[in-house]
Write a protein that binds this ligand. Structure first.
Ligand SMILES: [Zn+2]
Length: 97
């Protein structure tokens, strides 16, 4: 038995399971808004991604968002997410662990 429970989530890009706090949460608000939620506060159904370019691209290629939310995610949202994700990656490079 482990002492402390750490919530784990699976990355929709690479399938790795790890602490949700090591990942970024992505929330889709149907029909056409997608939010990169790095503070885990956005209400709604979340999907998780490692803060890595490869994971994002893999997820987009495999239409993993579509599967995670069980609904159609418009291409415009993919673009929105990509932009937000890459911006965040830039900020994140300094304190990346
Ligand atoms: Zn990943």
């Amino acid at each position: 038995m482990k002492g402390k429970h750490i919530p784990e989530r699976t990355c929709i890009g690479c399938g790795t399971k790890q602490s949700k706090y090591a990942m970024w949460r992505i929330v889709f608000h149907a029909p056409d808004r997608i939010v990169l939620d790095r503070k885990y506060r956005e209400p709604g159904r979340g999907a998780y991604l490692c803060p890595k370019r490869d994971c994002l691209e893999n997820a987009l290629k495999r239409r993993a968002l579509h599967r995670a939310y069980r609904t159609q995610v418009p291409a415009a949202c993919y673009e929105q997410l990509k932009e937000a994700f890459y911006e965040a990656l830039k900020e994140n490079t300094v304190d990346a662990r």
